[in-house]
Design a protein around this ligand. Sequence first.
Ligand code: BG6
Length: 503
Amino acid sequence: MKTTPNTQDTLFVLFGAGGDLSWRLIVPALFNLFLDGHLPERFLLLGVDRAAIDDAALAERFHQGITQYSRRGVPDANSWRTFSSLIRHQRLDADSAQDFTRLADTLAAHDTEAGSQAERVFYLATPPALFAPIARGLGAAGLAQDREHVRIVVEKPLGHDLASFQAINNALCSIFTEAQLFRIDHFLGKETVQNILAMRFANPIFEPIWNRRYVDHVTITVTETLGVEKRGGYYENAGALRDMVQNHLMQLLCLVAMEPPVAYDADDIRNKKMDVLHALRPITPETVHEFAARGQYAEGWIQGAHLPGYRDEPGVDPHSNTETYAALKLYVDNWRWQDVPFYLRTGKRLAADVSEISIRFRDVPHRSFPASVGLNTQPVRLVIQMHPEQGIVLKFMAKEPGSQLRLRPVDMRFSYKEAFQTEAPAAYETLLRDVMIGDATLFMRADQVEAAWQLLMPILDVWAENPAPDFPNYAAGAWGPESAEMLIAQDGKSWLTPTLPNS
Ligand code: BG6
């Protein structure tokens, strides 16, 4: 949901240009923006890293990335020729003041040649250990001081815990203002995630029932069939809680639970989300076992393929205590949500790739129908489907046709594909465009990230101090560990099987 249509002329400086993130996500997204006519008239993609390569070699690498990962596949020759002419490479060592001065000279030369000043976006697609040195280098070279025309973008992981987040953040904030800082959570760029706000606040019918009076509980499910692939090294130090819950799932929770914003603007929306994070009931070390469950995948089968357990993945410690699955129960202690549980679950190597939010409404206060007509077969739920189905489904009971009174569960569906018949942009396309127009609505503010770390710290600490005796505790291809079933079953509820395509 964009509020401003046009991008300004931009010099886009991509740190970590040779890395995986640039290759798989950022450059394919920039190329698609180019194809859709969303790049500004004057645009330069300056790839920066330590490699001693030339412009053509970097462009060739980007070409391969686009071919493999762009939603549009192989680029056509003409478009690629024009786009590749916008690509330059510059060698830079994050510890070298001289290299930053050279970078400043390069950017200044481009502006001088064009006779105008462009916006400058510094995108840090690097390991987080380089965030502070790069920010310092940019600051010392005078590249951060234009508060209005310079922005810096950082990717998760923003820290490993609360203290390391604060250290990274302090380093960034000592050079850049909060308004210049764009912290990416790519889930917020997903079309279906943005639609949560449209659904809730552009329609009058949901708000009256969006509260503890009508909602029994909420589940947020993000499951993946993928394992850790080649990311064992990173994942060993992260785990599901840091990798997915601290950022993506907490953001989804905020969108579902927040109050209506006064205006669709970055500050108002982020303030309302912050109110949710403030209201989350703290989990203490003593109550971690009541509010959180963890799992790690063992070998198993998915779609006919036999897959190794997490401990046998490359780069993973054979005795690893890292969780590849996490489930949480959270309470939002405010007037709207008091005592309504929010259950979050996410994991790798699970039965299906599904992202959905299910709002389960309370049962009818009185049963007029005899139990024999089948009233209990399906609770009324509103399911916001983010992946692979994209849409909204209302699940409720209806009378089966016929002279006998029988009730049956039915679905009322809104499907993106059917309604709009157009392909949605990838999350990174939306977010990169927003960076270029300076719209921070879909980005995380420091206080949100900090609050999320604060909430999770007791769980992270308790889990680190007490290795799970039962790991691995779910087979690849299952829906998760028994402990996650217990987490929700202790409240007399259950995870309902997500709605899969054709189900
Ligand atoms: C990333 C996580 O942030 O999100 C990955 O680091 C995860 O582990 C990915 O696979 C999921 O994103 P998407 O867009 O594929 O649902």
